[in-house]
Every structure is written in C-alpha cells, then in structure tokens.
Design a binder for this molecule. Structure first.
Ligand code: AMP
Ligand code: ZN
Length: 464
C-alpha cells in the first residue's frame, strides 16, 4: 500500500518513494541538552517514533540518526547571545560536560517511559568537531563561506534560491536586522558556520581560524552526512526548526555538494498548554515526570497525543490526560478479554476484521492520520465477539501505537462498565423471576471473562 507524507519542501502530500528500498534513512534534530525536555519536546519525539513504526509496518528497514546538541546552540536563533550549554553550566554551577551528561540521561529516560525506541545512531556534536571543520573548510573552498573578525559566515547570496523550505521574509529581515551584531556580514540573513571564541570561553577547539566552536546548523549537516550520506530519505523536527535551522542545513548542503540533504522534510506541530505557550513564567512547563507524579502511566501521554494529527496544534489539559488514561485501561481490558474470548467468528466477522485492519493501514499511511487510525482501533476493541483473533489484531495495531496493549491494568479488580451493565440486567431479570434470561446473562458474563455468583450479600463478580 502506498504511503503519503506531507513534505514541507514541496508543500504537498507526496507519495513516499525511498532512495533505496532496502533501507529508509531518517535524520532527526535531537535535543539541546541544557535543560529538562518538556512534554512539548516529547510530542515531537512521539511523532518521529510513529513515523518509524509506520515505515516498519510497511516492511521497510529503518536507519535513524539523531544528534545531541551539546555545544553551539546560542540563546537566539540569529547567532546572538550565549551558548545555551554555557548559560546552564553557569546557572547550575556545573561544567558544560556535567550539564550535558545529566540532561542527556534524563532525555533517554523520558524516551523509555514513553516507549520511544532509541535511534540506531545517536551522535554528540562535541564528538564530531573534525567532521564539522572539514565541512566548513569545503564551504570556504567552494566560495560559499567567508571570514569576519568574529566568525565564519555562510553567504546566502551565492545560492540560486534562499529560502526554499520556508516563507522567510528576507526583505523584512533586512529592515529589522541589527547592524551591531556583526557589521562585517555581507547579507543580513548570512548565518554563522563557525564562531571565534572569546578569550575565556569554556568550549572551544583549534581551527584554521584560531580557538573557536561550531554553529548549531553545521552540526546536523556534518553528522547527517557522516551517518546517512549526502542525501537521505527523511529529515524531521519540530515546526519551529523550518525557517532557520532546516533552511540553513539545506543551504550548507547545497554549498558543499549541490544537493538538498533529504527528499522528505516532515515537521510536527506544537503542543499548547491550556491554549497557549508553555513557559516558565506562566508556571505551566510540564515534564514526563509530572505526569508520573500525578499517578498516571506515562504511556497515557502517548495515547493522548493520538487525539490530534501531528501537523495540528494539540492542546494539553489534565482532563485530556485523564480521559486518555481511561481509554488506555479500556483498550488493555479489551485485549485481555479477547485473549480469553471463546466466541466463534463467522466468515462475516472475519471479513469485518479484515476491513478494520485495512482501514487502519490506510489511515496510518495517509500522512500518519492517527486520530482516524484510532477510530479503527476502537472498532476492533469494541467488537461484539471476543476472540483471540481480535486480540491479535489489537496487538498488530500496537506495533504502531506503542501503548503496550498487552500489559495488565494495575486495577484488574476494577470491573469494566459493560460487565456491570450485564450484571444489572441480570439483577432485573431475577427480580422479574425470569430465570432463563438470568442464566443466559450469567453465561454471557462468563464468556466475557467474569464470574457472577449469587451470595447472601448479593451478587459477587470476579475475573476468571
Ligand atoms: P528546544 O528544547 O526548544 O530546542 O526543542 C527541541 C525540539 O522539540 C525541537 O524540535 C522543537 O521543535 C521541539 N519542541 C519544542 N517545544 C515544543 C512544543 N511545545 N511542542 C512540540 N514540539 C516542541
Ligand atoms: Zn538539526
């Protein structure tokens, strides 16, 4: 079945056609490890994980590389301000290395909590300085870079077209450009490839231009090329990376080898909190740990994120998390009931299950339409007959969902609502002395995996 992805580069939903059908190569911009990752960052990581799962569901092998930015990401995207790592190190009275190690560890713990697989390749910027230097030297050689007294800049006027990924308004940028940043820049939108380090700068390396450190954009270009080649299939990230970081990655690659580094550029939209931005000053920055501390299985957040398409803004609320928690419990209950189910399936039932499976497959292949895919998951979970084939189908769907559907709910003693409804109907049948109906309902409850006993205290329901 064909797969379609919305491609930021073509502004179209493009049919996926891999460069090499043996292996799909994906690069994702990873975290700058100077602070805790938020549930917003994790939304982007969940979308990337689903993307990989969809490719694997369709039979592809996937090679995924993600960088760890531990140097060179400045406070402002326009080459201004302090390095984020150094700022954190100063504020937390630690070395940049300690900061990087601490937040990298936490980042991978969060991925694990959300059942997000670790990329095949995880590469740290500080461990790839020679590759980055070589990249910049090549750009110099090709005439796309120039030196000023503070940095090595990329000259965007040398490109046939800039920007090509975003709608970056260069005229506006020119008018608003701050001339005091570096008056030696040739064009206001030129960006730093390599930055000369001031005397007391903590993270710096020897280079042909003296002690210095890399710019943020060159890191991804150099590492992407090293691990995935000059041109790979998919490049992902959050939507905020389009106008600067990804635009500049493309510029660098065109300057070095004349190629756009990826065929498909796929971007995830933002997570909002109560309709607005997450920000420290509003006190609404949430982490995976906050979800755990409220007593939820963090996987609930993963399921919650499927309520919205990855290209739309998703509004986080605790009510939403609570609803997702109940949904997770119902899906896991349904799986367990089907696992033990003994209802016979007719040809018609099997055909319906096959239709559900196909609809699910179509939905995920249509630019990862998870809200639509979830409607088919529910159709399977609510299938009237309980049978192991339904459980198998749910498990197959879980290779995309990643919600560990086969795990037991913590509160197994909690009886599902539909069983309670059957028990209530049986109570009424008994009050009406309709013993045949009462027995029929008892058998039905039994088939669904529960035992109902009549005791002096009333009815007692237990799970088989
Ligand atoms: P940052 O920590 O801001 O450097 O972001 C790291 C990654 O997470 C980038 O790809 C961002 O696009 C993404 N990101 C940051 N905040 C959010 C958010 N609220 N919702 C979704 N993705 C986000
Ligand atoms: Zn990047």
């Amino acid at each position: 079945m064909d797969i379609y992805f919305y491609n930021t580069l073509t502004k179209n939903k493009d049919k996926f056609d891999p460069i090499n059908s043996e292996e799909v190569r994906i690069y994702s911009c990873g975290p700058t490890v100077y602070k805790d990752a938020t549930i917003g960052n994790m939304r982007t990581n969940i979308f990337q994980d689903v993307l990989k799962r969809v490719l694997k569901y369709n039979g592809y092998n996937v090679k995924h590389a993600m960088n760890i930015t531990d140097v060179g990401h400045l406070v402002s995207d326009s080459d201004e301000g302090e390095d984020k790592m150094l700022k954190s190190a100063r504020e937390e009275h630690k070395t940049p290395l300690e900061i990087a190690e601490h937040y990298t560890k936490l980042f991978f713990e969060d991925l694990k909590s959300l059942n997000i697989s670790t990329p095949e390749i995880v590469c740290k910027a500080t461990e790839h300085i020679p590759e980055m230097l070589e990249y910049v030297e090549k750009l110099m050689e090709n005439g796309y870079a120039y030196e000023t007294s503070t940095a090595i800049y990329f000259d965007i006027s040398k490109l046939d077209k800039y920007p090509i990924l975003s709608n970056l308004d260069l005229e506006n940028q020119k008018a608003g450009a701050r001339v005091d940043i570096d008056s030696e820049k040739r064009n206001p939108a030129d960006f730093a490839l390599w930055i000369k380090a001031p005397e007391n700068h903590l993270m710096k390396w020897d280079s042909p231009w003296g002690p210095s450190y890399p710019g943020w954009h060159i890191e991804c270009s150099a590492m992407g090329q090293k691990y995935l080649g000059e041109q790979f299939d998919i490049h992902t990230g959050g939507i905020d990376l389009v106008p600067t970081h990804h635009e500049n990655e493309i510029a660098q690659s065109k300057g070095k080898c004349g190629k756009i580094p990826a065929k498909y550029w796929i971007h995830g939209e933002y997570l909002l909190i109560n309709g607005g931005k997450m920000s420290k000053s509003l006190g609404n920055v949430y982490l995976v740990k906050d979800i755990k501390e409220k007593g939820y299985d963090p996987i609930v957040y993963r399921l919650f994120s499927y309520s919205c398409h990855y290209r739309n803004k998703l509004n986080f609320t605790w009510e939403g998390i609570d609803a997702a928690s109940k949904s997770l419990e119902r899906l896991r209950n349904s799986y367990q009931l089907n696992l033990k189910g003994t209802d016979d399936l007719t040809n018609e039932d099997n055909e319906r299950l096959a239709r559900i499976e196909e609809s699910f497959h179509k939905a995920i292949n249509d630019d990862l339409n998870m809200p639509l895919a979830m409607s088919f998951v529910w159709e399977a979970a609510r299938f009237e007959k309980k049978n192991i084939e339904v459980a198998k189908l749910l498990q197959k769907f879980d290779t995309i969902l990643g919600i560990k559907i086969d795990e037991l709910n913590d509160n197994l003693d909690e009886i599902p609502q539909f069983i309670l409804d059957l028990v209530e109907q049986r109570k009424i049948a008994r009050q009406n002395k309709d013993w045949a109906k009462s027995d029929e309902l008892r058998d039905l409850i039994n088939q669904k995996g529960y035992i109902v006993k009549d005791t002096k205290q009333g009815m007692e329901i237990t799970q088989k």
